[in-house]
Design a protein around this ligand. Sequence first.
Ligand SMILES: NC(=O)c1ccc[n+]([C@@H]2O[C@H](COP(=O)([O-])OP(=O)(O)OC[C@H]3O[C@@H](n4cnc5c(N)ncnc54)[C@H](O)[C@@H]3O)[C@@H](O)[C@H]2O)c1
Length: 327
Amino acid sequence: MRYKNCRVLVTGGLGFIGSNLALQLAAEGAEVTVVDPCVPGCGGDPANIPASSGIQVVYANIGQVQRLRDHIMNADVIFNIAGEISHIQSMLNPERDLDLNTRDHLRFLEACREWRPGVRVVYASTRQVFGVPEYLPVDEQHPVNPVDYNGVHKYAASQYHLMLSRKGGLDAIVLRLTNVYGPRMSFTAMNQGFLSVFLKRMAEGLPLAVYGDGEQLRDPLYVSDCVSAFLHAGLMESSVRAFNVGGGEVLSLRQIAAISAGVAGLPEPKRVPFPAERQAIDIGSYYTDSTLFRATTGWAPQVSLEQGMREALAYYVRHRAVAGAAR
Ligand SMILES: NC(=O)c1ccc[n+]([C@@H]2O[C@H](COP(=O)([O-])OP(=O)(O)OC[C@H]3O[C@@H](n4cnc5c(N)ncnc54)[C@H](O)[C@@H]3O)[C@@H](O)[C@H]2O)c1
């Protein structure tokens, strides 16, 4: 119970990753406050944090710092998970993505620096900052070359964390996550990625499809493994501050679809042509070299895709979350 009695702030804590993290922290005995206004179009849902969890929820944007002053001043650890994840949406409405992923974080981090100098902040960055991989697996030395505004804005925000840490204002750790999936992933938010599409269709009993030849590689990370990475990062001691974090299996989209279909008892997935707007921001194959994070923390992913999909599907069936129905 590493976080027992620890006062923890989780931004974006009504969303997919943030709510799973907040619930695990509460289970470990932490005093958890979640900050999340449920931004329209993102994956936040008040039902993700039941009242019985004892977690305090502040319905505020992280840029509304005056509302967060006491929470920031009292925090032992801050998990900064808030963000818009839709790559397509970032190309359709870049300024919205700029506000949510960059400007709000700048305000929030400046407030943390001023009111709680030196606080540990763990930031949820993304593999998308690397763009089309020049080599695989992608390690921390890989050049940064985003292919969409989301990647650019997330990279800027990660640099705010790192720059403020170099200056002693924060003690930040940046985790660049691969594709994460599991319970509490939104089925109704805009463009949350292929794993949420697969899970939604599995829960509805609808066949799966893959774009193109389906040979692109990915290393999906089950959300409990992702949460475990954040828990390690919240307490780790390290002079290195930015880490790549990926799943334990490297699979093609075709294999991911086939395993998922098998779990849900669906027919063999079909191949369909790549929609043009997706092809334009596709990064081809990606998988992570997590060696540095594993060696520094002892963390390792535990859940196979088959097991993770089984658990996630069981969650959605239990919660009747099909097609946005109320949980
Ligand atoms: N899900 C993935 O596969 C994945 C992969 C890489 C990185 N990430 C990063 O992890 C974070 C969480 O992703 P998720 O999948 O849980 O998404 P999500 O949409 O389910 O949750 C994000 C939450 O952040 C909130 N939010 C957005 N902007 C905010 C702001 N300015 N102030 C306060 N709250 C705000 C939203 O209301 C939402 O509840 C994101 O920052 C994303 O970039 C996710």
